[in-house]
Design a protein around this ligand. Structure first.
Ligand SMILES: C[S@@+](CC[C@H](N)C(=O)[O-])C[C@H]1O[C@@H](n2cnc3c(N)ncnc32)[C@H](O)[C@@H]1O
Length: 275
């Protein structure tokens, strides 16, 4: 590693991307066994606001510092922010099943929701069939795929009939092990999600804590250059999968006249930012 512990470049960068992708692909075949037998993940299909920990820590507890002052409920914030889309709203959880999450919104608020996960790891075959039937009642589906695969977005767009999305949420916790620690690959995905987001839509996105310095610099840039068209807040955590406390994450709202592409840090700036 070079003198100030920079992110990988050149060959090292390609290797990081290849290795992470290979590990994710292998997890798609062995993941169910590892989750059931050795509790590889304890956040399986987490609740929206809690308070109980059922199959994972609530999203509200992870994203609490991103809510406006005085707002304690993630559900309330999202439903208020998207009030005009009530009963038409479309939501996607990337890196998760999303079934319990979307079932905890006011019934009918979301017309359609999808959880994108490497695999549906909620149960063995018969149990899974039952859960999938239950999902149909709230028009929720699980799409098995890697968020770094173009094919995943082709399938997602088919499921969404090419509609834009009002809510994007990603809180992978320990699952961030399958995200390469490589800023350009991660920026490309953020760009894809931003493009998918409808105007006035909102996204909550966890980033690995190793990107804390980049997150801070990037948010400052958006606040300075685009405050009137992109609303953004961030929080910094100490650990990706902490049971207590916040994670590193941002909340972004695409306001009217927001740019069609998400403004990112230029490569020269990224190279100067240490991990
Ligand atoms: C610890 S679980 C968290 C699940 C859910 N977000 C929650 O909070 O309950 C990690 C999740 O990340 C997903 N994941 C990790 N890497 C992924 C990738 N590259 N593409 C899609 N899903 C991924 C796994 O399939 C798993 O569902």
């Amino acid at each position: 590693m070079n003198k100030f512990n920079a992110f990988p470049i050149g060959k090292e960068r390609k290797e990081e991307i290849r290795e992470t992708y290979k590990n994710a692909t292998s997890f798609q075949t062995r993941g169910n066994r590892e989750i059931f037998d050795s509790k590889h993940y304890t956040w399986i299909d987490s609740p929206l606001d809690g308070p109980n920990i059922i199959d994972g820590k609530s999203f509200g507890k992870s994203f609490g510092y991103l809510l406006p002052e005085g707002e304690a409920s993630l559900r309330n914030y999202i439903e208020t922010t998207l009030a005009r889309r009530k009963s038409k709203a479309v939501g996607v959880e990337f890196g998760g099943i999303g079934s319990r999450l979307f079932s905890e919104f006011t019934p009918g608020f979301f017309a359609k929701s999808v959880g994108v996960s490497l695999l549906d790891h909620r149960g063995r075959t018969d149990q899974l069939a039952r859960l999938t039937e239950r999902d149909k009642k709230i028009n929720h589906e699980v799409l098995e795929g890697n968020i770094f695969d173009t094919e995943t977005y082709n399938s997602l767009n088919k499921k969404l009939e090419n509609k834009k999305v009002d809510l994007i949420i990603e809180r992978m916790g320990k699952g961030l092990e399958f995200v390469p620690i490589e800023p350009y690959t991660v920026s490309r995905i953020l760009q894809t999600w931003y493009d998918l987001l409808r105007e006035e839509g909102v996204m909550f996105v966890q980033v690995p804590v190793v990107f804390n310095n980049l997150l801070e610099t990037w948010v400052a840039k958006i606040k300075k250059e685009l405050e009137s068209v992109i609303e953004i807040e961030y929080q910094k955590g100490n650990s990706d999968a902490a049971i207590h406390g916040a994670c590193s994450a941002f909340r972004l709202r695409k306001l009217p006249r927001a740019p069609s592409e998400l403004p990112l840090l230029d490569p020269r700036t990224v190279r100067k930012i240490p991990r």
